[in-house]
Design a protein around this ligand. Structure first.
Ligand SMILES: [Zn+2]
Length: 276
């Protein structure tokens, strides 16, 4: 295995982590001695990947996960969409743009974007909506885009360098690519180690360091690097402490208030905006 971020062969065993949100045993992470990104030692077939994101995966379908509390979660999810849109507007307008969201999940962000353009498309391994065109193969997309977004997606790819090359081809010249992803090393990892939800074992093939992500994106011009998070920064802490489900909603919420002073200043997420 080479580093999935910088392609270096210089890897050292770093930590073993038990699978999260699924019972699959232990997995090993290796640290890249060159870019310091964490690399999962695993390779999955398409069938195995589909199993990892099957109906038991709680982060796709929030309605099913949170049951009667869904209306509170939905309110927050709408705020997530607003935060993303406001953030993107700092770099480009959205009006009538061709926009592709990678790892679009339930498509709530795509629905928000529909207020600005009718040329909104998604990409994901599962298709959770019929009202928006969602591709499951990047090679079959017949459009070129002004904006491509990847919120908590790139780390789910076994070969993110190949994905980023495809993104480069799919972007128009001057097009913008926005990535939000967990960061290593980070405050959350230093506290929770192998239990930290940012590892999302074994769905995150790589947890990028700043240097690792810059290396993956070296063909692009970097516009902005920050610890901006469209989700509450509590999410990685909540997921570390509790299984997300209806029964845990009250506990989840209480800890969200109790731990606010801790996670609000954390650096567990990195967001980068680049231009072709
Ligand atoms: Zn590396």
């Amino acid at each position: 295995m080479n580093c999935r971020a910088c392609n270096s062969k210089n890897l050292d065993f770093y930590i073993t982590s038990k699978s999260q949100l699924i019972e699959l045993g232990n997995f090993n992470f290796y640290i890249c001695k060159d870019c310091k990104s964490l690399n999962l030692e695993a390779s999955f077939s398409i069938e195995e990947l589909k199993m990892l994101y099957s109906k038991d995966y709680p982060l796709f379908d929030m309605r099913r996960t949170w049951g009667k509390y869904y209306k509170f979660v939905e309110f927050e999810m709408q705020n997530v969409v607003k935060r993303r849109i406001n953030y993107i507007k700092k770099f480009t307008s959205l009006e009538n743009k061709f926009i592709l969201d990678l790892g679009c999940g339930d498509g709530s962000f795509l629905i928000g974007l529909k207020n600005y353009s009718s040329n909104i498309f998604g990409f994901d391994i599962v298709k959770l909506r019929k009202d928006i065109e969602i591709f499951d193969n990047l090679d079959s997309i017949p459009y070129k885009f002004d904006i491509i977004t990847a919120y908590h997606y790139l780390e789910h790819e076994e070969n993110p360098r190949i994905i980023v090359d495809k993104v480069y081809e799919l972007l128009k010249t001057g097009g913008i690519f926005i990535i939000e992803t967990p960061k290593f090393p980070s405050f959350g990892f230093s506290i929770f180690k192998d239990k930290w939800a940012g590892l999302h074992t074994p769905r995150h093939f790589v947890v990028f360091s700043k240097k690792g992500l810059f290396t993956v994106l070296q063909r692009f011009k970097i516009l902005k690097y920050s610890n901006f998070s469209s989700y509450s920064k509590y999410i990685l802490y909540g997921l570390t402490l509790f299984k997300p489900n209806e029964e845990n909603f009250i506990r989840w919420t209480i800890f969200m208030f109790l731990l606010y002073p801790i996670y609000t200043f954390s650096d567990d997420i990195l967001t980068i905006v680049v231009k072709k």
